[in-house]
Design a protein around this ligand. Sequence first.
Ligand code: PHE
Length: 439
Amino acid sequence: MVKTQFSSRLGFVLTAAGSAVGLGNIWGFPTQAAQHGGGAFLLLYLLLVFALAYPALVAEMAIGRRGHQEPIADLGSLAGGLGRLTGVLGLLAVSAILSFYLIIAGWLLGYMGDAVLKLLGLDWPWLTHFSLGRNLVLGSLFGLLTWYVVQRGLQEGIEKWSRRLMPALLVVLVVLACYVLTLPGGSEGLTAYLTPDPQKLKDPGLWLAATGQAFFSLSIGVCVMMVYASYLDRDASLPRLGLQVTLIDSGIAFLAGLLVLPAMYVAKAQGLQILDAKGQLISSDTLVFDLFPRLFDSLGAAGQLLSLGFFLLLTVAALTSTLSMLEVPTASLVARTGSSRRQASGLVLGAVLVLMALICWQFSWLFGLVVKVVTQYAQPLLGLMFCLFVGWLWRRDGLLKALAEEDKAFASSWFWRLWPSYVKLVCPLLILLVMIQSA
Ligand code: PHE
C-alpha cells in the first residue's frame, strides 16, 4: 500500500493548524483572557505555549514520524504494552472529544441557518431552541459532513479542505473584528482585553488553567499531531513545522480576542448584561448561544450579516478540528484491519454518533462530565505519557540523531540543547502539577 503523505509542507502546516484552531481559540481563549487579567493572561499564555506546550507538541510529532504507522503501533514500538495501551486510550479520548464537539458544532449549524433565514425574512425557531431532536439531527449532520471529507483521503479531502478553509477563516475573522471595533463600546472591549492586570497572575489556579488551555488548543495528547506527523516525509523539520503551527494557533487566538471582547462590550453598550451572577464576564455557551444572538438581533440587518459571519467562522474552525479527530481512529482502523478508508471512517463515525446520542439524551449531567474527564484529565495525562516515552525510553543519542538529521541548521541551535531535558523533566513535572491541582 502506498504510504499516505501530505502533498507539501504547507499542506501539513495548514492542516495541523486547522486541527489546532478551533472553538478553544475563538471562544475559550478570549473569554479566559478577559476574566483573568487581560494582557497579563495573554503574556502568561504565550509563555506557557512556547515553553511547555510547544516542546510537548514536538515530542508527539516525533513519535509519529519515528513510527510512521498508526498510534497504537507507533507507541508500542517505543514503549511496548504500556505504549499500546496509551495509544488505545488516545483513540478513545479523541473519539470522546469528537462526540461532544459534534453537539456544539451542530448548534453552530443551527445558528448559521437561523441567520440565513432571518436575512430572508423567515423564522424557524427549532434551529436555535435546545431540544433532543435538534441536538441529534444537527450533530449527526455535522458528523456526516466531517465523514464526507475524511473518506476522500488525506490529500483529496482533509488537506484540500484545510487549505481552503484556513485562509477563509482568517479573512472572516479580520473583517468581523475590524467591523466590531468600529461599533459603540468596541474600543472599551479592546481596553478590557489588552490592559494587563498583573495582580491576577498571583493566583496559581490561573497558571494551571492556562496550561490546560494551551494543551487543548494545540490538540496535544490525543494522537492527532502524531498521526499528522506520520504523514510527513523523513527530512521535514519537526521543530520548524511545529513552531509554525504554534504561531498560527496563538496568532488566531489573539485575533479572536480582538473580535470577542469588543463584541461583548458592544453588547453592553446596547444595554445587554455581560456579567454573570458572580460578577465575572459571561463565557462558555451563555456567551455564544445567548448573549451574541441577542446582540446580533439588536443590530438589525447588519446584525444578521454579522451573525452569519460569526457562526460561519466558528463552523469552519470546528470543521477543520473535527476532521483531525475522525482521522485518528480511522487511520488506525485502516492500518490494522486493511479495510477501506470509506468503510473505516464510516464505522468510527457510527460509533461516535452512538456516544453522541447518549450524551444528548443525558445532556444535563453527561455533557459536562465527558468534557471535564477528557480535556482536564485524559489529555494532560496522555501528553505526559508521550513526554515520558520520548524523554526516558528513546535513547538520547538515537533521538537527537533522528531529529537532527532532518535539519542541519536547527541541529546546532539552542533548541536541541534544551529540548531533551525539557520533555524528560520539565514537561512531565508541570503537567503533573496541572493534574494534581485540578483533581
Ligand atoms: N484544538 C482544538 C480547539 O482548540 C480542539 C481539539 C482537541 C482538536 C483535540 C483535536 C484534538 O478547539
